[in-house]
Design a protein around this ligand. Structure first.
Ligand SMILES: Nc1nc2c(ncn2[C@@H]2O[C@H](COP(=O)(O)OP(=O)(O)O)[C@@H](O)[C@H]2O)c(=O)[nH]1
Ligand SMILES: [Mg+2]
Ligand SMILES: [Zn+2]
Length: 331
C-alpha cells in the first residue's frame, strides 16, 4: 500500500504522485459505493493501479473541486483589464467562505503609473490584514516576493481571465511553458484552457493549482444575513448590532451603520451587491417550499455555512447544491 496525492483527474483516471513517481489509477468500486468522492489534492492510499482509501481533507473548495489547499492568491490586473474592486471583493469573500488565507497580487504593474490607484489599494486592503504584492509578469518585477509567497505551500490562483495568472506562473517557472492568452490566439488553434484542474509542482516545496474555475461565482448559495461574515470589517462591527439577523442596510440599532465611516465605500457597495445576490437565494428557497435553515457547522475545524434541506433537488450543477452534497457526504 502506497500513499500519494491526486494531482490530476481525467474522466475515470486519477493521477497520483507519491513524491517520486506518478501513477495512473482508478477508484475501487467499494469507495464509489460509499459515495467517497476523490478530488484533486486528496491524499490517498493506492495499490496496483487502484485507489483504495482517502485521507481526511484539511479543507476543500468546490467548482473546481480541490482539496488540501494552503492559500488563495487573488490575481488582479492594474490595467488591461481595469481593476474592478467589486470583482476583487468577490474573490476575497469567496476565499473567506472557504476559510482560506488570502494574498492579493496586483499584476501588470508596468502598465500602471497611477499612484493614486496604488495608494488606494494599500489604503483599503492593508488595514484589513491582507498581504499585498505588486508584480509585472512581463517585466519580471515583484517576482521574488511572489515566489516567496508560494514557498512550502499549495496555492490556488484565482482571478478573471487575462489578468496574467499563466504569465506569472511561466515567469517563475519557465520550464512549465503554460500557454498564455496571446500565444494561443496567435496559433489559431483555439485557447488551450485547462478544463480539469491540476496541481503543478513549481519546485520541491511549492505547488500551484491551475484551474479554469473559481471565477464569477454569485453569492446565491447562502442567506443574506451570512454575507456579513465574509467581510472582516463588517463581521467585527456586526457584533454590536441590536438584531442578530441585521443586514446593516437600514435597521435601527445597527452598529455597522453607526460606524459606516470606518468602512471603505467600495467594500460596503460590494457587500450590498452580494446581499442582493443572496436575497435571490432566499427567494428561491421560499418559492421551492424547501424547509431550509442555515446554521453554522464546523467542517474540518472550519466554519462553513451549512444549509440543511429536507428535500433533495434534482439539478446538480450549481455550487449551492454541490456544497450540500459535499456536506451530506461528509456526515
Ligand atoms: N503588460 C503586461 N502584460 C501582461 C502581464 N502579465 C500578463 N500580460 C499579458 O496579458 C495577457 C493575458 O495573460 P495570461 O497569463 O494569459 O492571463 P490569464 O488568463 O490570467 O492566465 C497576455 O497577453 C499576457 O502577455 C504584465 O505583467 N504586464
Ligand atoms: Mg491562463
Ligand atoms: Zn447591523
Amino acid at each position: 500500500m502506497a500513499k500519494g496525492q491526486v494531482y490530476k483527474i481525467h474522466s475515470d483516471f486519477y493521477y497520483v504522485d507519491d513524491g517520486v513517481n506518478s501513477y495512473e489509477c482508478k477508484v475501487r468500486e467499494v469507495l464509489k459505493k460509499q459515495k467517497q468522492s476523490i478530488i484533486t489534492g486528496d491524499f490517498v492510499e493506492f495499490d496496483a493501479g487502484y485507489i483504495t482509501g482517502c485521507y481526511p481533507r484539511k479543507n476543500f473548495i468546490l467548482r473546481p473541486g480541490v482539496a488540501n489547499l494552503d492559500q488563495v492568491i487573488v490575481v488582479s490586473a492594474l490595467k488591461e483589464p481595469d481593476l474592478s474592486f467589486k470583482q476583487l471583493n468577490r474573490f476575497i469573500a469567496l476565499a473567506r467562505f472557504y476559510n482560506l488565507e488570502t494574498i492579493l497580487c496586483f499584476n501588470k504593474d508596468d502598465l500602471c503609473s497611477d499612484s493614486v490607484l496604488l495608494d488606494r489599494i494599500s489604503d483599503i486592503y492593508e488595514p484589513l490584514g491582507f498581504k499585498i504584492v505588486f508584480t509585472s509578469a512581463t517585466r519580471h518585477f515583484g517576482l521574488d516576493k511572489f515566489f516567496d509567497i508560494l514557498k512550502d505551500k499549495t496555492s490556488v490562483l484565482c482571478g478573471t481571465s487575462g489578468v496574467g495568472k499563466s504569465s506569472l506562473i511561466n515567469a517563475i517557472a519557465p520550464d512549465l511553458k503554460l500557454k498564455t492568452k496571446s500565444i494561443s490566439e496567435k496559433s489559431g488553434r483555439g485557447t488551450h484552457t485547462t478544463r480539469h484542474c491540476q496541481i503543478i509542482k513549481i519546485n520541491d516545496s511549492a505547488k500551484i493549482v491551475d484551474t479554469p474555475g473559481f471565477s464569477n461565482v454569485k453569492f446565491d448559495f447562502l442567506m443574506p444575513k451570512d454575507v456579513g461574515l465574509l467581510f472582516v470589517e463588517i463581521k467585527d462591527l456586526a457584533e454590536g448590532c441590536k438584531y442578530a439577523d441585521c443586514l446593516h442596510i437600514y435597521e435601527d440599532g445597527c452598529n455597522v451603520l453607526s460606524n459606516i465611516d470606518k468602512i471603505e465605500k467600495t467594500r460596503y457597495e460590494s457587500y450590498l451587491d452580494f446581499v442582493n445576490e443572496a436575497k435571490e437565494f432566499k427567494e428561491k428557497v421560499k418559492n421551492e417550499g424547501l424547509k431550509r435553515e442555515t446554521s453554522q457547522k464546523v467542517l474540518h475545524n472550519r466554519n462553513i455555512v451549512k444549509i440543511s434541506g429536507k428535500k433533495r433537488q434534482s439539478a446538480r450543477n450549481n455550487l449551492k447544491q454541490l456544497v450540500y452534497k459535499e456536506i451530506e457526504n461528509d456526515e
